[in-house]
Ligand binder design. Structure first.
Ligand code: F6P
Length: 405
């Protein structure tokens, strides 16, 4: 049974999504009866040393004592992983930064009985990184510190790791993964890697367990058939938001993403109010289509005052770009980025809500559901229902659901 066991070694600076990928990979493989264990150096260090090792100096490569202790922890976990594969496990994931060549050579020298697949997580998006670090410093390890001090300490720790960082290149089997975009940047597979097809496909799949895609409640502009702007919810709109809040009260929704427009935030606030723990994260990427010179006009006014705009848009709604504004096609990039950011920032959550706009929600739906481009600008996006989306490697579900007011 030598060839159906595998070590996976995560590589990457702190806050690059390694642990999440390790966890999701474990969940995914386990579902297929492939018993998988995670051996996390950080967890072991915290268990062994408590708060003492949250100090940045512990990570200074010149601090011999720190380096020794980290080396010992790595060896202990390697031993545990090897033991796990010897007994009942099939895949053992070593979850740590493993950024130095020396450390990786040590690993390759120590565990030789089964192949090793290295997965390097890379994420250069500053904003996402900042948000990930904010989540990290909220962990118990930093709870004794003020937020700014914890952030400073964490960044110092990253800097120490950066000094030792040698990207994957010499290893026999590796994948370099853009962990924000689920994109493989480079891969090298020399040995026969068990479950490789499944793992590779998993790494590039956008996964969302439960995404509830909601359109903001009714606004005055909606009643007047006006587009764009930044109007408030009407009384009916507030009632719709409260109806949604009652519906979602029965579920745990730790994160709600909105646009930066008042109508989406006003829809999210009552939902948050009925949740135990919930954060609203407004993302500019989810702002409604910018209708340029037509902002705040009604469709009738556009038809009467700018017939050329009206006609051109009617003829090719997907590709048409409003003068000084946007079109569906030109919004695609920012929508894709918004979706990636939302999925990345909520990656441990079982359920998330996005409160968007009509055009925005059409684009989000088309990200998960195949539609011909010319049909995307006509997808049905009502205000008294929401879409429930599940997208995993094995399951795609899309359901339009009503909620009661
Ligand atoms: O609710 C109105 C609205 O969100 C406008 O702000 C936006 O311009 C429009 O819907 C998008 O829908 P369509 O592309 O069908 O005009």
């Amino acid at each position: 049974m030598r060839n159906n066991k595998l070590y996976i070694v995560m590589v990457g600076l702190p806050a690059r999504g390694k642990s999440t990928i390790a966890y999701k990979l474990k969940e995914n493989l386990t579902k297929y009866g492939i018993k998988t264990g995670i051996f996390n150096n950080g967890d072991l260090r915290r268990r062994l040393t408590g708060l003492e090792t949250s100090r940045p100096e512990f990570y200074d490569p010149d601090n011999r004592q720190g380096a020794e202790l980290r080396g010992k922890i790595a060896i202990t976990n390697m031993g545990r992983a090897a033991d796990y594969l010897k007994r009942t496990g099939y895949v053992a994931i070593l979850d740590a930064t493993n950024v130095s060549l020396k450390r990786r050579e040590k690993i390759a020298g120590y565990i030789t009985n089964h192949p090793i697949l290295f997965i390097e997580c890379i994420n250069g998006d500053e904003k996402i990184l900042k948000a990930s670090i904010q989540r990290k410093v909220a962990l118990p390890e930093f709870s004794h510190l003020a937020k700014e001090d914890a952030t400073k300490i964490f960044l110092q720790r990253v800097e120490y790791y950066q000094k030792l960082y040698v990207p994957l290149k010499a290893e026999r089997n590796y994948v370099k993964l853009d962990s924000l975009n689920n994109k493989i940047l480079a891969e090298e597979i020399t040995d026969k890697i068990p479950y490789w097809d499944r793992i590779r496909d998993f790494l590039v799949t956008d996964t969302v367990k439960n995404l509830f895609l909601v359109r903001h409640g009714e606004t005055r502009f909606n009643l007047e058939n006006r587009i764009g702007g930044d109007s408030d919810l009407t009384e009916n709109g507030v009632a719709q938001a409260q109806g949604l809040a009652r519906y979602f009260q029965r579920k745990k929704v730790p994160v709600i993403f909105t646009s930066e427009k008042k109508r989406t935030v006003q829809t999210a606030v009552p939902i948050k109010a009925l949740q135990k723990k919930c954060t609203i994260i407004p993302l500019k990427d989810f702002n409604e289509i910018d209708s340029g010179v037509c902002e705040c006009m009604s469709y009738e006014e556009i038809r009467d005052q700018m017939p050329h705009v009206f006609l051109a848009r009617k003829n090719d709604k997907y590709n048409y770009v409003y003068p000084d504004g946007e079109g569906y096609a030109s919004m695609k990039h920012r929508m894709d980025m918004g979706i990636k950011k939302a999925l990345y920032l909520s990656r441990d959550s079982q359920s998330i809500i996005i409160v968007g706009h009509r055009a925005v929600n059409r684009m989000i739906l088309s990200h998960f559901l195949y539609r011909r481009e010319e049909d995307v600008p006509y997808i049905y996006v009502p205000q008294d229902r929401f879409y429930h989306i599940v997208a995993t490697q094995d399951k795609k579900l899309l359901q339009l659901k009503p909620y009661t007011l």
